[in-house]
Design a protein around this ligand. Structure first.
Ligand SMILES: [Fe+2]
Length: 334
């Protein structure tokens, strides 16, 4: 198969309180607002190569509106669409903000995906955001702990292996690893990639009847020290660190999780291996081997199984932020 996809280019979050999330990402994550219209705001980190990597949209509940993948070429975009539709998929072409003619489809487990080739290559060449490094799209954020760029997204599916097989066969994702239950060969987690990263798409088993859910998305640091500084700053801003910092066995990244104001889980990560092997054979892990946490000396909080939108309906209050999360987030603002 020719290479169809290059990498994850943006994720779009829906929330009832757009302003709360935008303020959080600008103030505490060091992101820059680059555009907005009536319903959505576009944000970028200092290292994102295109205009934006995060879209925040108004919606009835916290969810992932869509995730976007840049194709390897204009021809690859056409071929990807041909393959999706040959499998019975139905999508639509639309004109996206700074991504031109793009194709949006809903995958077989209910996830809205956008494919695009066109993209605005973002680079400040003058002014206070211009970098002294010519290859950098923007100077480094002045906020210590600001991540460099978008890294991956982890969604939920009722059949992890079947999900991976579909995205492998249709769009060419490489399947990199899987975790099965201790007592039965049932996959509870798997990772796929479009490039040399250990993964840019994760899949967790979803026992709910709701399709198209997401567990988290992740931003990247060059170094573990920057991620630890981010943890320090988030805690001092009153943000609860849900899990970590520690190290995933699968992928070998250092990571931590926290929640942003909509309740959505955000992962910060760094490190891990690079894997270029085109015919990689994925290993089957068990949790007892440290697939999730290689140190195996702490229990994963039950809250990590919460995904979005909630399995049994909206959790957002009239104010847009769930009360149980609001208390932990931004204590200085609540
Ligand atoms: Fe992750």
């Amino acid at each position: 198969m020719i290479t169809l996809l290059s990498h994850l280019s943006y994720v779009a979050l829906t929330t009832r309180d757009v302003d709360a999330s935008v303020d959080f990402y600008v103030t505490h994550v060091g992101m820059t607002e680059v555009a907005r219209d009536e319903d959505r705001v576009y944000l970028r980190t200092w290292g994102d190569y295109y205009s934006y990597s995060l879209v925040i949209e108004r919606g009835d509940e916290t969810a992932l509106h869509s995730m976007a993948w840049r194709t390897a070429s204009a021809e690859a975009l056409e071929e990807a669409v041909r393959r999706i539709e040959a499998k019975g998929g139905v999508g639509e072409w639309f004109d996206g903000h700074d991504i031109g003619r793009a194709y949006r489809f809903v995958g077989p487990w209910g996830h809205t995906m956008v494919l695009h080739w066109d993209a605005v290559h973002h680079r400040y060449t003058q002014g206070e955001l211009a970098s002294t490094f010519p290859d950098r799209p923007q100077r480094r954020s002045r906020l210590a702990g600001a991540p460099r760029q978008l890294d991956h997204v982890t969604i939920c599916a009722s059949d992890v292996d079947a999900f991976c097989q579909w995205y492998h066969e249709v769009l060419g994702f490489r399947i990199m690893a899987r975790t099965v239950l201790e007592e039965a060969p049932i996959s509870v987690f798997s990772v796929l990639t479009t490039n040399e990263k250990s993964h840019d798409l994760g899949v967790v088993l979803d026992g709910s009847t709701r399709s198209g859910r997401v567990n988290h998305y992740a931003y990247w640091y060059d170094t573990r020290e920057e991620m630890l500084i981010a943890a320090d700053l988030l805690m001092e801003a009153g943000v609860h660190i849900e899990y970590g910092p520690t190290i995933h066995g699968i992928g070998e990244q250092s990571f931590l999780y926290y929640r942003e104001p909509s309740g959505m889980r955000v992962e910060l990560n760094t490190g891990g291996y690079r894997n270029y092997v085109p015919d990689w054979e994925p290993q089957t892990w068990k949790t007892s081997q440290g697939s999730y946490d290689i140190y195996r000396n702490s229990s994963m909080p039950l809250s990590l199984t919460e995904s979005f939108p909630p399995a049994d309906g909206p959790t957002a209050t009239e104010e847009g932020v769930p009360d149980e999360i609001k208390g932990d987030l931004l204590r200085d603002k609540a």
